[in-house]
Design a protein around this ligand. Structure first.
Ligand SMILES: *Cc1c(COP(=O)(O)O)cnc(C)c1O
Length: 224
């Protein structure tokens, strides 16, 4: 597998308005630099320790996204350098991010993760939970977080109809929240959906940001 060729092919096929997050989890600093040296600057990681180690040995102008499940007690380790936390799935986590952002004198951008898949293993709010949180005083009092959109993962399946339905549902929730809670907030603009196996469907359903790992870097040795 040739990382540079994979990346070039993928980029040549993507609509210009789609942001590409290169998911570099399990991949080496050398592999990441190969992609970075083409001019690509947005990367995603999902394990805090691995992430911190790599961060230290990589250029500081990378835009880092944390993707997936983040434990509350680990927010402090990434707060100083994180650009976007994708996958905020509880008020408690958001409050911790707010606290650590404040200690670092910054505002941390976050995507709320919505549970759309049939699988229980995937995290996230359902629509009613997210509405409840957005109406709460605890949410409204936070000064150091900015919700810039939503993120979701479809069921891992070969059945495209299921994937279409789940991504359409996420797009509908995005439009509903935009209208009812974020109509005056231009920053609420990102809909992160689509991975190597389903990004083409996600784009048809209104994705603005795709998170691609194996399609760029090749298969991972372990599933995570
Ligand atoms: C691993 C991962 C990806 C990328 O997966 P690929 O199938 O390798 O593209 C995207 N999003 C999240 C949340 C992930 O954990």
């Amino acid at each position: 597998m040739n990382i540079i060729a994979n990346l070039a092919k993928l980029k040549s096929e993507l609509p210009l308005n789609i942001k590409l997050v290169a998911v570099s989890k399990t991949k080496t600093v050398k592999d990441i630099l190969e992609v970075y040296n083409t001019g690509h600057k947005i990367f995603g990681e999902n394990k805090v320790q691995e992430f911190v180690d790599k961060y230290e040995s990589l250029p500081k102008d990378i835009e880092w996204h944390f993707i997936g499940h983040l434990q509350t007690n680990k927010v402090k380790f990434i707060a100083p350098f994180i650009n976007l936390i994708q996958g905020v799935e509880s008020l408690k986590l958001l409050q911790e991010i707010n606290k650590r952002a404040s200690q670092n004198n910054k505002i941390i951008n976050c995507l709320l993760q919505i549970h759309i898949a049939k699988e229980d293993t995937k995290f996230g709010f359902d629509k009613n939970e997210v509405i409840k949180m957005l109406n709460s005083e605890e949410y409204k009092s936070m000064q150091n977080i900015k919700i810039t959109g939503l993120m979701g993962m479809a069921t891992y399946t070969y059945d495209d109809v299921i994937i279409y339905n789940e991504f359409n549902e996420l797009k509908n929730i995005f439009d509903f929240l935009k209208l009812n809670f974020f109509s005056d907030k231009s920053e609420f603009s990102e809909l992160s959906m689509g991975m190597s196996g389903d990004y083409k469907i996600a784009i048809k359903c209104g994705s603005t940001m795709i998170r691609i790992g194996s399609h760029i870097f090749g298969d991972r040795n372990y599933k995570s």
